[in-house]
Design a protein around this ligand. Sequence first.
Ligand code: FES
Length: 577
Amino acid sequence: MGRIKLRSGEWFERRDEVGVRHRSTLSTLGFDPQFAAGKPIIGICNPSSELNNCEMGLKELVEPVKRGVAQAGGIALEFPTMGLGAEFLKPSDLPYRNLASMDIEETVRGNPIDGLVLLSGCDKTTPAQLMAAASCDIPAIQLAAGPKAIGFWRGQEVSAATDLWKAWDDFRAAKIQEADLHELEQCISCSYGTCNEMGTASTMATLSEALGMMPSGTSGIPANDSRRRVAAEAVGRRIVEMVSENLRPSQIMTEDAFHNAIYVLNAIGGSTNAVLHLVAIAGRLGITLPLSVFDEISQATPMIVNVKPSGRFLMEHLHRAGGLPAVMREIADLLHQDCLTVSGKAQREHIKTAQCFDRNVIGSLSKPIYPSGALVVLKGNLVPSGAILKASAATDRLMNHTGPAIVFNGYEEMLARIDSEDLDVSPESVLVMRNTGPRGVPGMPEWGEIPIPVKLLKQGVRDVVRISDSRMSGTSYGTVVLHAAPESAIGGPLAVVRDGDMIKLSVAERRLDLLISEQEMAERLSHWIPPVSEHLRGYPRLYIDHVLQADQGCDFDFLRPRSKEAVRFVPPIVGRT
Ligand code: FES
């Protein structure tokens, strides 16, 4: 490698006593400081923890990454960050996305790191790392844990989450028994790795590749596949080259690259959570992604990937069918193919040779799995700043629907009442849940898929319109309106809906309206009393005070630059600690 000015040189090339101390610390780790001189320090960000099975496989990727870094002439130093296991972390993993991004940013800021390998996995880890990479803007490359092995139950393939939600409805409708569920729970998560349908984790890994931050063709390699370890070694080699090229995230994650990611999001029928994350990542670079852009791109993009929950197959099938490069080739005419990737080459170079090997899994523009509009952005007097509906996973007959509201003041109240015989519910009802938004809980949990009342399940009803200011797991499905903004906890109109009010959902018109007069709405809002928050200290307090609304990606106000020009990572003064 030619001699370049390394950030870590501030620590190791000093001639004072501080330099001696830093070089001595490097020797404690087993590196000869004289041999290490001038070599880039690569930080390997590894969030793996036993609190998160999705990312346990990352431990096995560290060694090949280190080997690759050494092969290319770098020094690899692994560091931990907070694990964001979507399964255990309560009440929601979303708030901790911002914390993990700060954890990484501050680790980089204060340490001699020249380049970053970001090992990701579960839902919020990928966006947290990309937010941090955007803010630090030092060379960075991401590699995901990969989807877990396909489970089998009674001879049938079962996915990690979507098939659980289906089985749970069968259980509540008394179609299967508790013993069946116990058997199923042993089958759906048969290996380390991320949820194996197009949930949020798979969506975000795919979008990282579409953005250019993850090597082409790697996002869908199964967790247990040796090709993932080979990819890890290549990532180790590549990050050292990226440091010498000074290839930074801001050169890769451009506005055009985000638009590519939104096209891909629609083509894959990806998670609604990705809307929040893309807005938040772009925001760190001073790039604004209004919800209107998501809707415009959605209308222009057919869904061509046939993977659950919107389709039939699983991530491993998608990988075998050609993976994201094959998907991007199908929609190449819609994409900005000049966008740079971590390889140093344009996207065009990666997708021009891609092939589709299974048309059942990857369709085409002329034969899509779902016509355009997989993700719909709604506006209206009930959601003035917008809301999201995953139309590809919803029910056609409910796309244009007017029905009476049944209102739940919060998640616990909903759970307590939803299966009550007294609930005055019909297939026409619109279930409304409030106080579950970014500040309301806090943290906007994935509670938006309100269970179908048992009363309706027994009648064979499997979907009704549901509306909330919370989120939904990317593995879920149904006619579920999410991310209502502004949220009810700060006086959004959801706060003043009453039982029996008529609500009109019109997907064709992109509208969601409470059918009351403007005057009546103003009258109700003027009498609204804000709920009192129980969280008075610590991180939840910080979160409530600074989180932005869903349409702005739920980042913290103080983490976003005021403009593109104001993006600036301030390094520390290096001296005695
Ligand atoms: Fe971690 Fe689904 S819970 S990927």
